[in-house]
Ligand binder design. Sequence first.
Ligand code: GRF
Length: 204
Amino acid sequence: LNIGVLISGGGTNLQALIDQINKGNINGKIRLIVSNKEDAYGLVRGRLAGIESIYIDPKGFIDSKEYDLKIMEEFKKKDIDLVVLAGYLKILSKEFIKNFENRIINIHPSLIPSFCGKGYYGKKVHQGVLDYGCKYTGATVHFVDEGTDTGPIILQEIVKVEEDDTLDSISDKVLAIEHEILVKAVKLFCEDKIIIEGRKTKIK
Ligand code: GRF
């Protein structure tokens, strides 16, 4: 399968995907990486891996719909079958989501439906977990639908919150789990092993 990846930041999830594909563990190929942030280190990771990696400046477009149409155009040129959001912090337009229905996978650093949706991204998620006094947190990979972090869940994995955990130690532990389950979900998708039933999924 041809994979297109959208990023906004450091790209450690992208790197995990690149590494597993290079090891031959995933029957897919990343054909294009697009970032909405010019300084996203994920662009450097893509280029180092020999993958076409481009920055598309949102300021060049009237609104999110026009921006996404540009990405859709670039993805069409590469015949993209699966879109992976790897630390992508821009909300997708409904046109984009409709165009790639049930073919957009997102990684979120919490056990959805906890600490997700508006305003919960990156470290804000982990701060919420710590402030609330949760004993466990984790990560979720899900299909993207019109909502924010609301699509059918594919995989989740838990992380224990220890008493001496800090914002950094929690985010490090969760990030490591993100890498594991994102790669596993993409592998399952490429092997056509994910069955969607309504808002739920089953793994063959
Ligand atoms: C991290 O907060 C991660 O939890 C979330 O996006 C942010 C950056 O991830 N998925 P990455 O290192 O850019 O993949």
